[in-house]
Design a binder for this molecule. Sequence first.
Ligand SMILES: Nc1ncnc2c1ncn2[C@@H]1O[C@H](COP(=O)(O)OP(=O)(O)OP(=O)(O)O)[C@@H](O)[C@H]1O
Ligand SMILES: [Mg+2]
Length: 225
Amino acid sequence: MTALLAVRQVSRTLVDPEPVSLLRDVSLVVERGEFVAIVGPSGCGKSSLLYLLGLLDRPTTGSVTIDGEATDDLSEAQRTHLRLARIGFVFQFHFLLPELTALGNVALPMRRAGVGRAQAEARAGELLAKLGIAGEGWKRPDRMSGGQRQRVAIARALANDPVLILGDEPTGNLDSVNSTRVVEEFRRLAHEEGRGVVCVTHDREVADAADRRIHMLDGRIERED
Ligand SMILES: Nc1ncnc2c1ncn2[C@@H]1O[C@H](COP(=O)(O)OP(=O)(O)OP(=O)(O)O)[C@@H](O)[C@H]1O
Ligand SMILES: [Mg+2]
């Protein structure tokens, strides 16, 4: 079976206003059912790598293949379509839309993918229930706790049933109880549902819970354990 995610000899450099090397010769394979943490000091390139994995940015050299599909020569519209269908993001800041309810926020990616309102809201309700916040669906984000908001953000990431889930410091604003919930959910999404989870983290608990840890330093993969 093809790997879920294959990054081959990727570099990313910026030229303007001055040359900056964000990533150098990074190669990485993630299989379905794996929970992988990316760790390393601030500024080492973790988010830059995640943006490439999430098709939010393009490498300067090298290739990114998702679910067997080479992404490098795709148009922006094709990349957006692939991202919407196969990838879910969870960030440190939840980026929920304040004017929508929790249910509306989770339904939104489905609506964007062309799912009808009733069906999108029904599935949104199921996802909120699965994350233990069924009763909060009618609330707007500013009326929810940080932990509840982050669970809404995870539900939204799962809206279109992605094979690949990407997290950038998803527990960065959470207390230890809520961090543990997020970690357990990530493990379950990988190990029970067979998705790939790649999570950038400074949080020791998250890193320890992952199947393997990729250590980055100065734009490179330094080692793995
Ligand atoms: N648009 C940009 N212009 C110039 N330099 C940038 C830009 N984006 C990132 N960098 C630099 O690239 C390096 C990698 O940044 P990146 O955000 O990937 O780090 P990180 O490992 O995610 O750090 P943190 O843990 O603080 O989030 C940093 O040195 C940063 O200053
Ligand atoms: Mg970062």
